[in-house]
Design a binder for this molecule. Structure first.
Ligand code: FAD
Ligand code: UDP
Length: 386
């Protein structure tokens, strides 16, 4: 198992419970991948690789995560600053009334936004089309155009509509960021949950060990595939093939931490939507654990940029060029022997944690079915091109 994030850990556990021996490698010195959390010296639980809120509609995923740790009820809200004023995000009735200085009821607001929205766009292809069709030019420019240009580093006309389709617009005062019925944060952070998933007698975990699929082990920080019947790869798919078709594009994030007394911004996340503010958002970690109290506070200012060779890959870019490269890697993966690609990096898709767990459970089930039927194990359990 290459990678001790949710993908690798969940597949490892399922295979171990079915009687297989699994060795899990991670090049980092901790488990939980990008969901890793750690206590800061102030006592605040910090989400090391950016804010992670667990939310799902999948009953089985909710049951699964609750098996391994205590989940605390948490309702995520986000504020957004545009041209010096703070609003609620997603756009809701309060945002609309505040932004346009009106006093609409829900029906009036819906009619007003329908008039603002660009009804000539019937089939939105780009992020900009989706924004204009969705809320009209003023709200689109205030909340989405600048933030998105900073987050993705390209003109929103070049991005797919699907990125914006993740956010709702509401004509009531509901300011929940997510619509899912289950929303929570683990009481002690994500890392103990992943440790508990990996805590099985048939699982051995080797941290700070990079797995090199096609090279000889150079030292004890690298491992190779010689001894293993099968590899599950949750690292970047292009890395498995030595970047033969070039590197798939990612956005990476830089976090600038700051520690102060008291409460910095009163909210877990504040987005900065203007293009002339260089960061995209500020996260104040202690607000993810409202059941704890801390005198000091830790905030991360978040900056997005193109991912370089030695940076952490965060968001797959998946524009036309990357999709062409991906197709080459996927065909190669389908021909490769004794390797299954799983997860965010293994399939080069943006996946929330619940979808990651759902797909990892499905991948393990498919692998076990193939083993039982004495068939070759699958290269993928989902289609990465979809
Ligand atoms: P990862 O967590 O990336 O794990 C892959 C692991 O593989 C890494 O630890 C890496 O070190 C290891 N690895 C790679 N190559 C090798 C190698 N050659 N040898 C050894 N080890 C290797 N989801 C939500 O549900 N809610 C949120 O609020 C949320 N917020 C997010 C915020 C940000 C900024 C980002 C980027 C993501 C967010 N996500 C969120 C998504 C979440 O991070 C992913 O769903 C999850 O991390 C995917 O798990 P994974 O195991 O597939 O990948
Ligand atoms: N977005 C935006 N303004 C905001 C928040 C989000 O334009 O204040 C856009 C941005 O392009 C982002 C997308 O909406 O990538 C989806 O938002 P989400 O909160 O899911 O962001 P992500 O998980 O990508 O950080």
């Amino acid at each position: 198992m290459v990678g001790a994030g949710f993908s690798g850990s969940v597949v490892a556990r399922e295979l171990a419970e079915a009687g297989h021996q699994v060795v899990v490698f991670d090049s980092r010195d901790h488990v939980a991948g990008n969901c890793h959390t750690a206590r800061h010296e102030t006592g605040v639980m910090v989400h090391t690789y950016g804010p992670h809120i667990f939310h799902t509609q999948h009953e089985h995923v909710w049951r699964y995560i609750n098996r391994f740790g205590e989940m605390m009820p948490y309702r995520h809200t986000v504020k957004a600053i545009s041209r010096g004023t703070m609003y609620s995000l997603p756009v809701n009735l309060t945002t609309i009334n505040q932004f346009f200085s009106r006093d609409f009821d829900p029906q009036q607001a819906e009619k007003f936004i329908a008039e603002k929205a660009d009804s000539s766009i019937t089939n939105p292809v780009s992020f900009e089309d989706q924004g204009l069709k969705f809320v009209g030019r003023e709200l689109y420019e205030a909340f989405f155009a600048g933030y998105t240009a900073k987050q993705w580093g390209v003109d929103p006309k070049e991005l797919p509509a699907s990125i914006l389709a993740r956010l709702p617009v509401r004509f009531n005062d509901d300011d929940s960021y997510f619509n899912h019925p289950y929303q929570a944060i683990p009481k002690n952070g994500y890392t103990p949950i992943v440790e508990a998933i990996l805590d099985h007698p048939a699982i051995e975990v080797r941290l700070a060990t990079r797995f090199e699929p096609h090279r000889d082990a150079k030292d004890d920080q690298t491992a190779t595939r010689e001894k293993f019947d099968h590899v599950v790869w949750t690292g970047p798919i292009d890395a498995y093939f030595g970047f033969e078709y070039g590197r798939l594009g990612y956005r990476t994030l830089d976090f600038a931490p700051e520690v102060t007394d008291g409460d910095y911004q009163g909210h877990p996340v504040v987005n900065y939507c203007d293009v002339d503010v260089p960061y995209t958002r500020i996260t104040e970690h202690k607000h993810f654990a409202p059941w704890e109290s801390h005198e000091r506070t830790v905030v991360y200012r978040e900056y997005s940029r193109l991912c370089g060779e030695t940076d952490t890959p965060y968001y797959p870019i998946r524009l036309v060029k990357e999709k062409e490269q991906l197709l080459n890697y996927v065909s190669k993966a389908r021909d490769a022997k004794a390797v299954t690609f799983v997860g965010r990096l293994g399939t080069y898709r943006y996946l929330d944690m619940d979808v990651t767990i759902h797909e990892a459970l499905a991948a393990a089930e498919k692998m076990l079915e193939c083993i039982a039927a004495k068939k070759p194990l699958p290269s993928f359990s989902v289609d990465p091109m979809a």
